[in-house]
Write a protein of this length. Structure first.
Length: 219
């Protein structure tokens, strides 16, 4: 088995220390950091994401895999050439104001990183200004909001309304998710995408950014 396959398998099994050692070994052997990233770390997390979507693994396994991937990324970023990959796009992620749940948000963050996106997490209980200010600061492509309480879902609408008030709505792709959130609610508040799970969120975010950039180059 090649070292990148070992890295992928170790990510899937959540073996953070093994991932760190394998990434370091691959760098010492002169392997291209992009290969380590794409065929090892990201391959592993995307496989776990697909299994999670099919209910073949559950939240703890995804969290352990995400931690292992992040440990590998830390070694890769400190290597002689760094990861060498430009992010596909930038995403601001957070749980809306009044809601302090973070497991779903953390899963989305991990999966989006695995999809090649640069993620900025504004945390929990984030108001509209927190999302918008960070998005403006980093030049984000996507604002992704999570809510686990029906009582906090309207705060997603607040963020969208504030974007409109500031004349910024067309600048960002708005994604929403969380246990009580539905496609009907997304349509009602004018969000661009609703996703039911972290793996789908990552896939849709990646494709949405690619579509946005493709459209902009044709103008």
């Amino acid at each position: 088995m090649s070292v990148v396959n070992e890295i992928s398998e170790s990510v899937q099994k959540g073996r953070a220390e093994d991932v760190k050692a394998l990434v370091a070994r691959a760098l010492e052997e002169g392997m291209d950091p992009k290969v380590i990233l794409n065929e090892g770390l990201l391959d592993g997390i995307m496989i776990i994401g697909a299994k999670f979507r099919l209910n073949e693994v559950f939240v703890p396994e995804v969290l352990f895999a995400g931690k292992a991937m992040n440990e590998g990324l830390s070694v890769l970023e400190c290597g002689p050439a760094g990861a060498g990959n430009e992010p596909i796009g930038r995403v601001v992620v957070g749980t809306v104001q009044g809601d302090f749940h973070d497991i779903g948000k953390n899963l989305v963050t991990m999966m989006m990183k695995g999809a090649g996106l640069e993620v900025y997490d504004v945390g929990v209980d984030a108001d509209a200004e927190a999302f918008i200010d960070k998005a403006e600061e980093v030049g984000a492509d996507i604002i992704a909001m999570s809510a686990l309480l029906t009582t906090t879902m309207p705060n997603m609408q607040t963020v969208i309304n504030e974007l409109k008030a500031k004349g910024l709505r067309d600048r960002y792709i708005v994604m929403i998710g969380g246990a009580p959130v539905t496609q009907d609610f997304a349509d009602q508040i004018g969000a661009d995408y609703y996703t039911a799970d972290a793996a789908s969120a990552a896939e849709i975010a990646r494709q949405a950014v690619l579509n946005k950039k493709s459209a902009s180059t044709q103008l």
